[in-house]
Design a protein around this ligand. Structure first.
Ligand code: NAD
Ligand code: UDP
Length: 314
């Protein structure tokens, strides 16, 4: 029986990953400081004898015995990671050292969730893993982007110096049920606004693009890379279908049947203009490609937010 630790396990992606690992028969230790994660995300797992929840901040060392580690701890929404930028950097640097130290001591394989943000506002499109990126090192997003870049470097150095087995995934925008309704990311904002028939807030002119991956596809990609015997990564995991924020707004209005209009807000500083993964490496190495398109994924996500609103109303 493999014991798997998931840091950030009470968050959006982490809770789905914990669920899938339990379904597969693993013992799962979920570690979270509940900064952006919520107990409600994992409440249904608490009665499972193979599931253990530990409230812990990875900025502090922890001593456990584990066989595999998925490191997801880090706020992902720009609003959340800019709320306390120094803490965000500490999580991706000091926290990463602690998690790598644990992996080294236990000889555990560690999968680290990096991000498309390491490419910054990219000059190369779509983004391949060998592109070094275009990141403002002192801008408002740098606490996240540079933190994640240091974390990748730490992973590679632990691998080279200590033989630690690392797996680096660069995740592109992922959405789905359990993404916090108020976390500020575009899909949760748009759906919540649409369900309340409030105007959808388009930042800037809405021509900027993102490529949205549904959570089940993402988790499948993480587990495939973890299972790979030799590949350290980085490997892009994301859906290569690119949409502008204006197109996304129209899709959300269609999926919700909303009467919402659009309103424009100032574009945040350093907001990347385009983002789309080249997933050739994931296809060839892992046999992975996304299975859920935006229409289907939005439908499931809208159902989730509808039920959250219905809960609040009772
Ligand atoms: P999330 O905010 O829902 O989850 C992050 C989790 O980490 C939360 O449960 C939070 O409480 C926990 N956490 C934060 N700092 C911590 C710390 N110091 N110690 C312990 N726990 C801590 O975000 P998510 O979307 O589930 O993202 C999970 C991971 O995937 C993050 O590392 C994020 O950078 C990465 N990622 C996500 C996306 C995406 O689109 N969802 C894209 C790129 C990368
Ligand atoms: N965005 C928007 N309206 C919102 C929230 C975000 O137009 O209410 C835009 C944002 O400026 C960015 C894109 O949507 O261009 C994706 O933003 P998000 O915060 O989801 O993630 P990012 O990819 O920027 O980290």
């Amino acid at each position: 029986m493999t014991t798997v630790m998931v840091t950030g396990g009470a968050g959006f992606l982490g809770s789905h990953l914990c669920e899938r690992l339990l379904e597969r028969g693993n013992d799962v230790i979920c570690l979270d400081n509940f900064f952006t994660g919520r107990k409600r995300n994992i409440a249904h797992l608490l009665g499972n004898p193979q599931f253990e929840l530990i409230r812990h901040d990875i900025v502090h060392p922890i001593y456990l015995e584990v066989d595999q580690i998925y490191n997801l701890a880090c706020p992902a929404s720009p609003e959340a990671y800019q709320f306390n930028p120094i803490k965000t950097i500490k999580t991706s640097t000091v926290g990463m050292v602690n998690v790598l130290g644990l992996a080294k001591r236990c000889r555990a394989r560690l999968l680290h969730t990096s991000t498309s943000e390491v490419y910054g506002d990219p000059d190369v499109h779509p983004q391949r893993e060998d592109y070094w990126g275009h990141v403002n090192p002192i801008g408002p997003r740098s606490c996240y982007d540079e933190g994640k870049r240091v974390a990748e470097s730490l992973c590679v150095n632990y691998h080279q110096e200590h033989g630690t087995e690392v797996r680096i995934v660069r995740i592109f925008n992922t959405y789905g049920p359990r993404m916090a309704p108020d976390d500020g990311r575009v899909i949760s904002n748009f759906i919540m606004q649409a369900l309340k028939n409030e105007p959808l807030t388009i930042y800037g002119d809405g021509q900027q693009t993102r490529s949205f991956c549904f959570v089940s596809d993402l988790v499948d990609g993480l587990m495939r890379l973890m299972a790979h015997e030799t590949e350290c990564g980085p490997v892009n995991i994301g859906n290569p279908t690119e949409n502008s924020m204006l197109e996304l707004a129209q899709q959300v209005i269609a999926a919700t049947g909303s009467s919402s209009e659009l309103t424009h807000r100032e574009l945040p500083q350093d907001d990347p203009r385009r983002r789309c993964p080249d997933i050739t490496k994931a296809r060839e190495l892992l046999g992975w490609s996304p299975q859920v398109d935006l229409e289907q994924g939005l439908k499931e996500t809208v159902d989730y937010y509808r039920s959250r609103l219905a809960e609040e109303a009772t």
